[in-house]
Ligand binder design. Structure first.
Ligand code: URP
Ligand code: ZN
Ligand code: ZN
Length: 467
């Protein structure tokens, strides 16, 4: 039986437009938009009407960088696909692209199947996968082709974490050559991990064990150098490149220089680099461990370059790199040795709100908010226009957003399965009110109405900026 929902009276904001329009949803998809009050809109009948007067009606967020249940440093990221996608829904994100992991010595197939199994039947919102390559050899290179055909069209490589996820320059070049042939997109963790490990060893030998030293050894220059090297390797291979979690001004400059040359090089940053800094890493009593992630938080002076990059399109996407570890029992594995603190921050629930705060603060426009959080990640990773916009035929992944409500971010009220908030006590303006995922209400007037298993796996086409 056909179900029709009408979202009436809101300001529809997409990356392209802002219009006072009613949105008709039918059978999980957007059926039509019509200017509010026009005869067309007035003629619509529906089983359910959502009054969006005074609200924004925006596409559900697309978070292209999450790590549910990621094994790291002898523990696992504390959000499962069930808890993490529920939290995503609360925060107005209706699609995540998570990273399946290849274990060294094992196939991509085995890693990907393990991630399908973790997610299957558990997700509140839709999901897709990238693949982390930890062991680039002849057989994994060949497997990349099959994954692209299957809808896993992007591959993360690490220039950091020797002995774990690390690939050397030869492996990186080969993977890039392969992606240039099969249409895949290489996503790069750009930090010189070999040099960083030397600095880690030297810092620990000097007795520098506190969390703030994590930021000090993972130097800006080693992010910039790796970013530069990744770009040159991609040029040699004739491959596009997407650099993840960019945090340093100097790395943005490398991306900008490459883009000025017309190269297909893209960059992502994350809310933690825009809103937090080394001041947090330096918090006393080991509290700084809450902010240990890689690339690390930078001195706050870097934030201006990141905002500028987002405005000038030298950075195109804001994802969360959601990778939560509880302070008690997980982050404290690194008491007395910062290098043993599991790397990662929670954030999947906070991204849309923090970026709306950036609109309020004047860093970005409303449409740019939707572009960097919804439309561009969808296009970058082959999900557009199914995801990332509100247009006839698109999935009805829609958020009714109250731009005037204020809220205070806190672990006491968030829904992520982690015992702290990286933004504890921060008050922001704007709040998710109602969320539809493929036409089904998953958050209704700030009550969770979704269910594990509603979210479905969504295969992706290749990057839509390369056609
Ligand atoms: O600290 C981080 N970013 N943890 C997750 C793994 C990664 O490198 O993205
Ligand atoms: Zn990374
Ligand atoms: Zn990550």
């Amino acid at each position: 039986m056909s179900t029709r929902t009408l979202i009436r009276g809101g300001l529809v904001v997409t990356a392209a437009d802002e219009i006072h329009a009613d949105v008709l949803v039918e059978d999980g998809r957007v059926a039509a938009l019509a200017a509010h009050g026009t005869p067309a809109a007035e003629s619509w009948t529906a089983d359910r009407v959502i009054d969006a007067t005074g609200r924004y009606v925006i596409p559900g967020g697309v978070d292209a960088h999450t790590h549910m249940e990621l094994p790291f440093g002898g523990t696992f990221a504390s959000d499962t696909f069930e808890t993490g996608t529920r939290a995503a829904a609360w925060g107005g994100t209706t699609t995540i692209v998570d990273f399946a992991v290849q274990t060294v010595g094992r196939s991509l197939r085995e890693g990907l199947d393990a991630w399908y199994a973790k997610a299957d039947g558990n997700c509140a919102v839709d999901y897709a996968f990238h693949m982390i390559l930890s062991d680039v050899d002849a057989s994994s290179l060949k497997e990349m082709d099959h994954l692209v055909e299957e809808g896993v069209t992007s591959f993360k490589l690490f220039m950091a974490y020797p002995g774990v996820f690390y690939s050397d320059d030869g492996q990186i070049l080969r993977a890039m050559q392969r992606s240039s042939a099969n249409g895949g997109l290489i996503m790069m963790h750009a930090e010189n991990g070999i040099a960083i490990d030397v600095l880690v060893e030297q810092a620990l030998a000097r007795g520098e064990t506190d969390p703030r030293h994590h930021g000090e050894v993972r130097k800006v220059l080693l992010e910039a150098e790796a970013t530069h090297r990744a770009i040159q390797l991609a040029r040699v291979a004739g491959a596009p490149l997407y650099v993840v979690h960019v945090s340093a001004e100097e790395a943005v400059a490398e991306l900008a220089a490459a883009r000025d040359k017309g190269l297909p090089v893209f960059g992502e940053t994350c809310p933690q680099y825009l809103f937090l800094s080394t001041d947090n890493l330096a918090e006393p009593d080991f509290e700084g461990a809450k902010y240990v992630c890689s690339t690390p938080l930078r001195p706050r002076e870097h934030q201006a370059a990141l905002w500028r990059g987002l405005r000038t399109n030298d950075l195109q996407v804001v994802s969360t790199d959601h990778c939560p570890f509880c302070f008690t029992g997980q982050k404290d594995l690194g008491r007395g040795d910062f290098s043993k603190i599991p790397n990662g921050l929670p954030g999947v629930e906070n991204r849309m709100d923090l970026l709306h705060q950036a609109v309020v603060d004047g860093h970005i426009s409303r449409r740019r908010w939707i572009e960097i959080a919804c439309a561009t990640p969808a296009r970058m990773f082959g999900l557009y226009p199914k995801k990332g916009t509100i247009a006839p035929g698109s999935d009805a992944d829609i958020v009714v957003y109250d731009p005037h409500a204020t809220q205070t971010l806190s672990a006491a009220t968030h829904h992520m399965n982690v015992d702290y908030s990286a933004y504890e006590g921060r008050t922001v303006t704007g709040r998710v009110e109602t969320v539809l995922s493929r036409g089904e209400t998953v958050i209704e007037n700030r009550t969770y109405t979704g269910r594990a298993g509603h979210g479905v796996y969504t295969p992706r086409s290749t990057c839509q900026y390369l056609d």
